[in-house]
Design a protein around this ligand. Structure first.
Ligand SMILES: [Zn+2]
Length: 129
């Protein structure tokens, strides 16, 4: 019942559409993606925590040349999103034309969703709130 937080379990949760973050048991900092050590206090005890799925856009880039696995999906947008819980995640950005990046504004509110790529994998994906 006490499933130990691991990178594998974190990825498996995303594949199942159940994104969860880790929380430092010592200071409560929310950590994504999973690390062995808390970047706030250096603690190494982590537990699972649910997140609101709300965040804001910090940065993004448009991918035109992708690894083989994702090549059929170009162009696509990869964003860095700051969660309401203050942790940052890298995810796909949906709801915009990757060929019109000038329409994307830094700081816009986003909500978490999922996107199934042509590779058959589920990705974390955010779209405008
Ligand atoms: Zn901590």
């Amino acid at each position: 019942m006490s499933e130990r937080p691991t990178v594998e379990a974190y990825k498996k949760n995303i594949q199942e559409g159940k994104f969860r973050a880790l929380k430092c048991s010592s200071c409560g900092a929310v950590i994504t993606p999973p690390l062995g050590t808390c970047y706030n206090c250096g603690g190494n005890k982590m537990e699972w925590t649910n997140v609101s799925g709300k965040g804001k856009l910090v940065s993004f880039t448009v991918i035109h040349v992708a690894p083989d696995e994702f090549a059929p999906e170009v162009p696509y947008i990869v964003a860095i999103v700051e969660l309401a819980e203050k942790s940052r995640v890298t995810a796909r950005l949906a709801g915009f034309d990757p060929l019109k990046p000038e329409a994307i504004k830094i700081g816009i509110p986003l909500v978490l969703g999922y996107e199934k790529g042509k590779s058959g994998k589920n990705y974390l994906s955010f779209r405008p709130a």
